[in-house]
Write a protein that binds this ligand. Structure first.
Ligand code: 13P
Ligand code: SF4
Length: 360
């Protein structure tokens, strides 16, 4: 690891607790749930639609996506799946940048979301006009933005990255002699900088869910469960990452629970991921990493308030009425498609290299 300290934007773009909506999880009685599921299944066929859900959405949505030929995954893989789907409509259960990415890559498809207010604190903390001005001040730097950004921010970038490929991509760019701007997640940026030593200017944004994990609490929980392995999503602060046995994207964390020999795991990410982890390894014990000190109250309580806006009721409604469609200005869409396609091409090429190495 390098001693280089990444430089942050002077302005703090992290949201205050007052800017974060409460996390409201949909509750349904069994009869209503069964009726909604049956109706959604009929509507998906009628509308020639495929449901693509993120791991942080509810167990019901994830199961419905998988039962109807749709898909559940991380943000990179959701984008890839969307491009391969033959349906004329994609329904994206996740947050807005995921719906926008689907539309950017599939302009001929109709892209719907259960709730267009399903935002993301990283996206909200990176306004396109301020970001553009910042980039303009550093014309010598390659601009890498996390997938969790608006179409307009992606349109100002050279590369889009996701947590699953950030380290590899930054190393590749540094090998070409490039200095970087990284936005908007300061924690993921600091982690990547720490691991690679690359010269990076960091935007000062954060995820409200992952930033809330507490190092002292985690230390104590580890002491109480010395047999547990610690799994951390890299949107968490460095003092949480420093305690991890494994740092990775949502997909990498699920894989770790399935494949590592340990029986018990402490997990620092949105607790929506526990559903997929339990499916992948039903006999393993999962503990949530602590989010607040004793006696304090949490803001998101380890579940993204915007992901929680996706439910069966609004999914049925959007399929019925076709509202909540994602639309993007065509010039922005075309420009934003370039760095996303670059990412997908890079990911595909790297996979081939990995497979090639394994085959050899
Ligand atoms: P992944 O890219 O790992 O799915 O993460 C997206 C996200 O929003 C995590 O908070
Ligand atoms: Fe954004 Fe954090 Fe929610 Fe992921 S968990 S969508 S990064 S606010």
């Amino acid at each position: 690891m390098s001693a280089f300290i990444a430089e942050l934007t002077r302005k703090d773009y992290r949201l205050t607790p007052a800017q974060v909506p409460p996390t409201v999880v949909e509750t349904l009685d069994p009869a209503e749930e069964a009726e909604l599921i049956a109706r959604i299944k009929r509507l998906l066929v009628k509308q020639d639609a495929t449901l693509v859900a993120h791991y942080y959405t509810s167990a019901e949505l994830q199961e419905l996506a998988e039962a109807t030929g749709g898909y559940v995954s991380d943000s990179l893989d959701m984008a890839r799946f969307g491009t391969e789907s033959r349906s004329s409509t994609l329904v994206v259960a996740g947050v807005r940048f995921m719906g926008e990415t689907a539309k950017i890559l599939n302009p001929e498809k109709r892209v719907l979301m259960p709730d267009l207010n399903a935002d993301c604190s990283l996206d909200l903390g990176c306004p396109a006009d301020e970001f553009t001005a910042f980039c303009d001040q550093h014309p010598d730097r390659t601009v890498v933005v996390y997938a969790n950004t608006s179409a307009a921010v992606k349109a100002r970038s050279d590369w889009v990255a996701t947590s699953g490929i950030a380290l590899e991509l930054v190393r590749y760019l540094a090998d070409r002699g490039e200095k970087l701007i990284w936005a908007p997640d300061r924690h993921l940026g600091a982690y990547v900088q720490h691991e690679t030593g690359v010269d990076m200017l960091l935007w000062n944004g954060a995820c409200v869910v992952h930033e809330a994990f507490k190092a002292d609490g985690l230390k104590q929980l580890r002491a109480e469960h010395p047999d547990a392995r610690v799994l951390v999503h890299p949107e968490s602060p460095l003092d949480i990452i420093a305690q991890a046995d494994l740092v990775g994207s949502t997909t990498a964390l699920v894989k770790a629970v399935r494949e590592l020999p340990a029986k018990k795991f402490i997990v620092a990410t949105d607790n929506g991921l526990f559903h997929k982890m339990k499916q992948a390894a039903p006999d393993k014990i999962l503990l949530e990493a602590p989010i607040v000190g004793k006696g304090a109250t949490c803001v998101s309580c380890a579940h993204c308030p915007w992901m929680a806006m996706n439910g069966l009721r609004n999914l049925a409604r959007v399929l019925e009425y076709g509202d909540n469609e994602i639309t993007i200005d065509e010039a922005i869409r075309k420009r934003a498609a370039l760095p996303i396609r670059r990412l997908l091409g890079f990911a595909k090429q790297r996979q081939r290299v990995v497979l090639g190495n394994n085959d050899a």
